[in-house]
Write a protein that binds this ligand. Sequence first.
Ligand code: ZN
Length: 111
Amino acid sequence: MGRRQVSGDARRIARERIEILFAQAERFSRSYGEGSDRCVALARRISMRYRVRIPRHLRRRYCRRCGAFLVPGVNLRVRIHRGKVVATCLRCRWQRRYRVVRRNHGQTHDT
Ligand SMILES: [Zn+2]
């Protein structure tokens, strides 16, 4: 079997599936935590296989090191330190920092 060319259509569907998986992860996280991690794992596999990036707003929702679906106040600690957000995954202690950029909507911006 040769390497299939990934069509634009397949990638669009892959992106949709990633969104859906994260929405599912969100639901799982309220009841049974393990299920949401599996959704994240699946979404990451789709992203690699179809070479689509996980959208920025979703990239914050999982730990890149241990693959946990992150829920602020549950397994994610968020602190503001010198104008930067320090987000810590409470499972593996992995930290990521991003700058707080004050825009119209007070959104944060990845660095
Ligand atoms: Zn982690």
